[in-house]
Design a protein around this ligand. Sequence first.
Ligand code: 4FV
Length: 226
Amino acid sequence: MFAPILNESILKRAQEKKKVAIHIHDLRDYADDKKHRKVDDRPFGGGPGMLMMPQPLFDAIKAIKGRRKVHVIYTSPAGKPFSQNHAKRLTRLKNLIIICGHYEGIDERVREHLVDEEISVGDYVLTGGELPAMLITDAVTRLIPGVLGKKESLVSESFEGNLLEGPQYTRPANFRGKKVPPVLLSGNHKTIEIWRKSQALTKTKKVRPDLLEKKNKGASNDGNES
Ligand code: 4FV
């Protein structure tokens, strides 16, 4: 599942520019049960489905960590909601391991003894933790200095200042009679900035008023709050 994501566009270039190194590990390689390479088992106390066993996860993470300080993330619907601030905070950590959840979940002893942080990418249930892991990898990698080229900017994008991005336009100025707001053609950067800010505010008020509450609560955008 990961190859197509990692070998395209910005993530590919980020690895080529040695801004990030991304390795995929097959848990079955760490299963004590060499014959069936079993990594899941039935839940104690009964109940539907299977759980990820502790042994392959403990031994895999021990082997991958070696002597390095690594921040271990587990992706699950029961995690803290992922956000841009969260991504910013993770870019400050040198080594991340992301456990991709599967089946009904993992043995609680993994969460207790290995997991530093549980992250959810949204209040819905997926078939596996791979997509959440890819989301986190993408959102974090693009924030690493030097990954995004000049053309791509981090400055005026959504969630900067807890505001959604306002409307944007490119050529032609008149597309089949549909015109671009004249202020954007004025060349007056001050009025353009004011217009953009007010548009972003209007859109945020309409679509994500919760972000404005956060903004007004003075949540500074320093990446500490998730
Ligand atoms: C999920 C989420 C998610 C739950 C069962 C994988 C699945 C299966 N992960 N945010 N939402 N995980 O739905 O992070 O194990």
